[in-house]
Unconditional design. Structure first.
Length: 119
């Protein structure tokens, strides 16, 4: 079992930045690929970014290209999502996920953290 707790969400103006964190506990963190997903009101949950246990990253290029950066610190059992140049369309609940088959499959989910981009 892996428990995931997100933090770092909030209200930010367009063009601003936020860094989300996801702290993992339970089974060996480094065995799992980690990812971030988001769900805006009235829309399906979508993949944002993922990082393998070895550090290889994948992004949903269409929506976050050049603006978001995912990273992980295996010593701290934590994965991060640095979000820059935020846009109103980035407003969503952001979820952290863990999975051996990330990003194709997810085994564990966090509770989500709200990100609101508005002036």
């Amino acid at each position: 079992q892996v428990q995931l707790v997100e933090s770092g969400g909030g209200l930010v103006q367009p063009g601003g930045s936020l860094r989300l964190s996801c702290a993992a506990s339970g089974r060996t963190f480094s065995r799992y690929g980690m990812g971030w997903f988001r769900q805006a009101p009235g829309k399906e949950r979508e993949f944002v970014a993922a990082v393998t246990w070895s550090g290889r990253v994948t992004y949903n290029v269409d929506s976050v290209k050049g603006r978001f950066t995912i990273s992980r610190d295996n010593a701290k059992n934590t994965v991060y999502l640095q979000m820059n140049s935020l846009k109103p369309e980035d407003t969503a609940v952001y979820y952290c996920a863990a999975g051996v088959g990330m990003p194709t499959t997810q085994d564990y989910w966090g509770q989500g953290t709200q990100v609101t981009v508005s002036s």
